[in-house]
Design a protein around this ligand. Structure first.
Ligand code: ZN
Ligand code: ZN
Length: 345
């Protein structure tokens, strides 16, 4: 398959409205009222509307509570932040790489917005850890992605698929990288998120969980945007839309669900309030959801509904019709940032 070229910044000989998402022609001038896919405008607006920064979240109570968590809770806390930092951090780079090879300037713009939010997610993990623990434990948490056997095993395929796209960018490798991006945004983080929501429902570490709920809300919108772009790009490249690719996607989902369940048992086995069977069902329910977004069928028919009922109060939905737990208790969310002295700029 032909290698995708890095797209020029400006190419005035070509039209403003891109002729393809990848490998097309486009001038590089972006007019939101003249898009190949007008609904991409809404994708960007939804992502932009979620703006937040980590420093705005008050960690005062969390700082006091962390030493009083059980040893198992403290260990899980550090491991899960380690996982999130390992997998969520590189999302900044993946979004920028997809942007590099996208011809459609609206896709570049959406990816730039996603990349910005991912960089804040990465920052927020360091912010949480620096609030609650010592420097050596913070360092150890960020080393996990290169040292923890279970985590490394779990991440094997994603590392391979992302690096394959980086080294050999083609329509096929970018489509596969986008499948893994939807897996990250919609599935891989969710047993970790559930751990923090479980703490919050026991009135523990509510600052951290508030931040996690903001990240979660972002990820849901990213997953939606990337799966929409994936579907459009696949439709433009019917030669890639094969039985083999479909089977490959189902296989990645099955494998990812298995890995997520193994991981959840590894980190959450000792945690009060989390039922591991329910968690496995929740992971399968998330897999069904993401498959539907990619235009495929559910593979876990017994999990079309969320079996982890309590978590609904904590997780926002795409349509924003639900009020989430943290918004209801907005007194927990205190702006502490005094850094915005515009007079000093
Ligand atoms: Zn993220
Ligand atoms: Zn994301």
């Amino acid at each position: 398959m032909a290698t995708l070229a890095r797209v020029k910044v400006l190419n005035p000989a070509q039209p403003n409205k891109s002729t393809a998402i990848f490998g097309g022609e486009a001038s590089g001038i972006l007019n939101w009222n003249d898009l190949a896919y007008p609904h991409f405008y809404t994708l960007r607006q939804r992502i932009r509307s979620l703006f937040w920064t980590a420093n705005e979240v008050d960690m005062t109570q969390d700082v006091k509570q962390f030493p009083n968590l059980s040893k198992a809770e403290q260990e899980a806390f550090l491991k899960i932040i380690g996982l999130l930092a390992t997998l969520d951090g590189p999302q900044t780079v993946v979004a920028m790489k997809i942007a590099d090879f996208a011809t459609d300037p609206s896709v570049k713009s959406i990816m730039a917005t996603i990349a910005d939010q991912e960089s804040e997610h990465n920052h927020s993990y360091a912010y949480v850890l620096s609030s609650v623990t010592t420097l050596d434990k913070q360092m150890a948490s960020f080393e996990m992605g290169r040292t923890d056997e279970v985590l490394m095993k779990r991440n094997e395929r994603i590392v391979a698929i992302y690096n394959e796209f980086a080294e050999n960018p083609t329509v096929e490798t970018v489509l596969k990288a986008m499948v893994y991006t939807t897996l990250l945004e919609g599935l891989f983080f969710y047993s970790g998120f559930a751990f923090f929501y479980n703490l919050a429902r026991h009135q523990k570490m509510v600052g951290t969980s508030t931040m996690i709920s903001y990240i979660n809300r972002d990820e849901l919108q990213h997953g939606k945007a990337i799966s929409d772009i994936f579907r459009a790009a696949l439709a433009e490249n019917p030669e890639c839309n094969t039985e083999a690719l479909t089977e490959w996607i189902y296989d990645q989902f099955r494998h990812s669900v298995e890995q997520e369940i193994i991981w959840s048992r590894y980190v959450l086995g000792e945690i009060d309030g989390i039922d591991l069977e329910e968690m496995a069902g929740y992971v399968k329910y998330r897999a069904n959801k993401m498959l539907r977004m990619l235009g495929l069928s559910e593979i876990y028919p017994e999990f079309t509904d969320n079996p982890m009922k309590w978590i609904r109060a904590y997780v926002d939905n795409f349509d924003d019709t639900k009020t989430d737990f943290f918004e209801q208790t907005s007194r927990q969310y205190v702006k502490t940032s005094d850094l915005n002295g515009f007079d000093d700029l």
